[in-house]
Design a protein. Structure first.
Length: 267
């Protein structure tokens, strides 16, 4: 069912203005084309002066842009309606499982999510160590090098794999980065076979990362990873890391599938 800004529960002060602004931003992004002021005002149930103040605020923050015809469009990425609902569900259910993984491994834990033609980091719990492998929310991931990216890309259709590789481009980040197409496809096959992806200094020299796919039903939509400086990982830790990450990915997959009401038979 379509959400209308007029149905926002009553609040007061700046919280109501924030709710209106977020609904406007989501609506503009979903339309996927520039919108005039009158249409936006009609959607949010406000007069043009009040709507214009909200639009100017969003514009000053860099979330929307105004063209020469005084129409407004989204200036930053914003997931489509279906992807947005799944992303919210993923973020809602994942904390319960990411925290124990972070406590167990003591290293940086990240969550990646598949959008139309790219993969982004959508949640990070940083390592408490002074020397660590850092990540940041909103980062676009290499589909062929990062473990988060490979753990998602490897399980997509050939058409989606091509789209992800073409959108990002393939180029070396370190001397260990695979850039040969045959090697990349073979690596994806290994990921599918063993159930997890490895980034062994492929994105950052001295870095090591394990990522595993998260499913909604049978469809891989996200991934979880643990990243650490390679020097700190002992042989027992290297052995335990894939098992811990895959276990967490399985737990999140089950919770996400349940939250969305998706059958495990669905593709």
């Amino acid at each position: 069912m379509r959400t209308n800004a007029k149905t926002i529960p009553h609040t007061t002060g700046s919280s109501r203005a924030l709710a209106k602004g977020l609904k406007i931003l989501e609506h503009i992004a979903r339309r996927g084309q520039p919108m005039p002021l009158r249409e936006i005002a009609s959607f949010c149930g406000l007069g043009k002066p009040s709507t214009l103040r909200l639009l100017r605020t969003l514009s000053s923050l860099g979330y929307i842009i105004q063209d020469d015809s005084e129409r407004y469009s989204a200036a930053v990425f914003w997931p489509a309606a279906g992807a947005w609902a799944m992303l919210r569900a993923l973020q809602s259910v994942s904390d319960e499982f990411l925290r124990p993984l972070h406590n167990e491994m003591g290293e940086t834990v990240s969550l990646g999510y598949l959008f139309d033609d790219h993969i982004r980091v959508v949640k990070v719990i940083e390592s408490p160590q002074h020397i660590r492998m850092s990540n940041f929310q909103g980062r676009i991931l290499q589909p062929y090098a990062s473990s988060l990216g490979k753990a998602i890309t490897a399980f997509q259709s050939p058409e989606v794999i091509d789209r992800l590789l073409d959108a990002y481009g393939v180029y070396p980040l370190t001397p260990h980065t695979m850039v040969d197409q045959a090697m990349i496809r073979a690596d994806f096959a290994r990921v599918r076979e063993r159930g997890y992806a490895e980034d062994n200094e492929e994105t950052v020299p001295g870095g090591y990362c394990i990522g595993a796919p998260i499913r909604s039903g049978k469809q891989v939509v996200a991934s979880v990873s643990v990243s650490a400086p390679k020097f700190r990982l002992s042989p027992p830790q290297l052995d335990a890391l894939p098992k811990a990450v895959m276990r967490t990915a399985s737990q999140i997959s089950e919770a996400l599938t349940t939250a969305l009401g998706v059958s495990s038979r669905d593709s």
